[in-house]
Design a protein around this ligand. Structure first.
Ligand SMILES: Nc1nc2c(ncn2[C@@H]2O[C@H](COP(=O)(O)OP(=O)(O)OP(=O)(O)O)[C@@H](O)[C@H]2O)c(=O)[nH]1
Ligand SMILES: [Mg+2]
Length: 453
């Protein structure tokens, strides 16, 4: 980043709108907390990025509308930061973290007071997404989300300059922050246009695919084990890591045992992402949500209240997204899957079943992508839901003037899901997954030639 840009942004709530700043490994940060709130997830996110929190500073009381902390406390922090010399634990700290979502006014206020970059929860997530985004598509959606968020901060700065709360007017009538805002708006328009085009062609591809295959979406809180299950079921290599938001885009693969079934792995959910930010990821989520069956994954190794929090966040996100798409039936298409069975204490199983059934999930499946526990049951259940129960049909040899056995077999292939078939002396035996309805249609078309065993 050029010096002039850095100067310019130094007064803009600590925004660094440049893409350059995507590696935060090794940075040192302070974490400001109000009222001793639980920050474990926030800290896990920070650690995922390789940032080192050198101290947590907690203060009781209502968050201040401008300074987040009490003004005196914040000034003390700023003073100590400025004077920290070599040997002081705060030496080299160039990032201040606020554990929760702050208003643009607070971000600007705190940045003005301390003079280093300030991230609240949303800015932390956006930085993490930026660091993990590897494809063009993921980078575009993350950039849109970032610019949208930057824009609210820039607007606050411009607003303060217009009302005279802060200096900023140069000669040309527009403030420096104002011209950055103009650029941000311009870039957003261009990126949105590109994304709209992409969304349109992705939707068309989805529509085409649906003609030939059934789709199963994998959804759940970040780190629930979606990609691990995807890999197990499809055999396709995807990134699996013990970090939050390894996956930022969707990947499609075929169910290894049943190529007519497509699987979609996608980005996970998390608490505290405002709708405007999530909006940028909607197209990615659509890949998994617009499916015939949705597997909702919940990490079985979590503590019960943590599991419930993540389950509720996932349900909320799914229903909101579905409502956006004018769909009300999403809950009917969800199968709950408890993952990481190998990490679940046997005595907790009963409590887990009780908790999930309180939220309407009476038949959760339990799996481990690591040990393979429950995987074949899950595959069976997927086929059962999509095509109907597994059963055996027998095509009886016909008279010479009747339809050939092979022609009937071809009809069966078209109508239901065929696992295998064998030619026997008296006809052809076919193992299928099929609904009662599909079977009765076949039988009414082919009379006594098709027998249900
Ligand atoms: N012990 C155990 N660990 C698992 C199992 N399945 C997944 N994990 C681990 O959980 C972590 C997250 O797994 P992923 O498959 O990347 O989870 P994800 O839901 O795709 O995560 P994001 O894409 O980051 O949202 C990894 O460290 C996996 O090795 C399991 O069955 N048992
Ligand atoms: Mg993943």
């Amino acid at each position: 980043m050029s010096d002039s840009r850095a100067d310019l942004l130094a007064g803009a709530g600590g925004l660094v709108t440049d893409d350059m700043q995507s590696d935060h490994q090794g940075r040192k940060a302070l974490l400001l907390i109000r009222n001793n709130e639980d920050c474990s997830e926030f800290i896990a996110l920070v650690e995922t990025m390789g940032i080192n929190i050198v101290e947590q500073i907690d203060q009781r009381g209502r968050p201040d509308a401008k300074w987040f902390m009490g003004q005196g406390k914040l000034q003390d922090v700023a003073e100590e930061l400025r004077s920290a010399s070599k040997g002081h634990p705060w030496f080299g700290v160039d990032l201040l973290l606020l554990h929760t979502n702050a208003t643009p006014r607070q971000l600007v206020g705190v940045n003005d007071a301390v003079g280093v970059e300030v991230w609240d929860r949303v800015r932390l997530l956006l930085s993490l997404f930026t660091a993990h985004a590897s494809s063009v598509e993921a980078r575009t959606q993350v950039r849109i989300a970032r610019l949208q968020s930057d824009r609210t901060v820039l607007r606050e700065v411009v607003n303060q300059q217009t009302t005279g709360e802060r200096a900023g007017y140069g000669g040309a009538g527009q403030t420096a922050a104002g011209s950055v805002l103009t650029n941000v708006n311009r870039e957003l328009t261009a990126l949105r246009k590109r994304q709209r085009k992409h969304v349109k062609s992705a939707a068309e591809r989805r529509r085409q695919r649906k003609k030939h295959a059934m789709t199963v979406g994998l959804a759940g809180y970040t780190n629930a084990g979606k990609s691990s299950l995807f890999r197990r079921l499809s055999g396709k290599e995807v990134l699996v890591e013990d970090r939050l938001f390894s996956t930022l885009e969707s990947t499609l693969g075929r169910l290894e045992s049943s190529p007519r079934v497509l699987l979609a792995d996608t980005i996970g959910f998390i608490d505290g992402l405002p709708n405007a930010t999530l909006e940028a990821f909607r197209a990615t989520l659509a890949e998994a949500i617009e499916c015939d069956l949705l597997l909702l994954l919940v990490d079985g190794g979590d503590a019960l209240d943590e599991m419930e929090r993540k389950l509720l966040t996932s349900i909320r996100e799914l229903t909101e997204r579905a409502l956006d798409a004018n769909e009300t039936s999403i809950m009917d298409r969800i199968q709950l899957v408890l993952t990481k069975f190998d990490t679940i204490e046997p005595q907790s199983m009963e409590h887990i079943y009780t908790m999930v059934s309180e939220h309407g999930f009476t038949n959760p499946l339990v799996i481990s992508a690591h040990t393979g526990h429950g995987i074949s049951e899950l595959q069976g259940s997927i086929l059962d839901t999509l095509f109907g129960p597994k059963r055996t049909l027998c095509i009886r040899n016909g008279e010479p003037h009747e339809m050939a056995d092979e022609a009937i077999l071809a009809r069966i292939f078209d109508a239901v899901y065929v696992h295998e078939h064998a030619v026997l002396e008296h006809g052809i035996e076919v193992r299928v997954s099929a609904s009662d309805e599909a079977i009765s249609i076949l039988r009414s078309n082919h009379g006594k030639r098709i027998e249900l065993k």
